[in-house]
Write a protein of this length. Structure first.
Length: 224
């Protein structure tokens, strides 16, 4: 019996989480494409790394420029604000309003175009950075809304939803991509690739670096 090939789209930023998701998808689905959003980040390091990883793994990547988001929202990720601060809503200053919603909406449209049945995003609510649009209830609702609104039946998978950063490293090890994750994925908000640590490149001072470092140390302490 001929079975239909399952195609998956991965929302791929080039960070640790989405890189782990990309390798997970490559192991799990017959065909994998990556979609990457350029939203006017202060630096292009993450996108450069995403391109490198897709080239390495021969994954088709579509880069979508949504830098117009910058003209509508305020975030320390896209302006000169301090990423360590908390905004007036109690959210991290690096939070970009409706960013994830937009990513999923656009990736869902692309998944329809290429007939992908699965959309994968590396969002995580465990030791998450305080972003409400990374939570399971949000993803469940946007899946329903996107499918109803387009007569589709696309599953939004979130393989990292309940994992800690240490467990995400463990997952990378299970999918045999720990070296690629450490060497090529980029997390640092400050775009620093001059300092190499055991856990990868970064300034080691921003919240993203701190989370990655802490996760790696926990992962190592458990695996020895
Ligand atoms: Zn950093």
């Amino acid at each position: 019996m001929k079975t239909e090939k399952t195609k998956a789209v991965v929302i791929f930023s080039g960070g640790q989480d989405s890189t782990t998701c990309l390798y997970y998808a490559l192991e799990t689905y017959d065909e994998v494409e990556a979609i990457t959003f350029a939203y006017g980040q202060k630096h292009s390091v993450e996108i450069d790394q995403s391109i490198k990883i897709c080239e390495m793994e021969q994954v088709k990547q579509t880069i979508v420029d949504i830098s117009f988001l910058n003209t509508l929202v305020e975030s320390a990720l896209t302006s000169n604000g301090d990423v360590n601060e908390i905004n007036e809503k109690g959210l991290p200053a690096s939070f970009v309003p409706n960013r994830n919603q937009l990513f999923i909406t656009l990736a869902h449209a692309y998944a329809q175009k290429i007939n992908a049945k699965v959309l994968i995003t590396g969002v995580c609510q465990t030791d998450y950075s305080g972003y409400p649009d990374c939570r399971k209830d949000f993803v469940d609702l946007i899946q329903v809304a996107s499918n109803i609104g387009s007569a589709s039946n696309i599953v939004i998978e979130t393989p990292l939803m309940y994992l800690t950063k240490a467990q995400t490293f463990e997952m990378a090890q299970d999918y045999d991509c720990i070296d690629e994750v450490i060497e090529h994925s980029h997390t640092c908000y400050n775009g620093d690739r001059t300092q190499r640590h055991d856990w990868g490149y970064g300034c080691a001072k921003c919240p993203a670096c701190e989370l990655r470092q802490k996760g790696y140390e926990e992962f190592i302490s458990k695996s020895v």
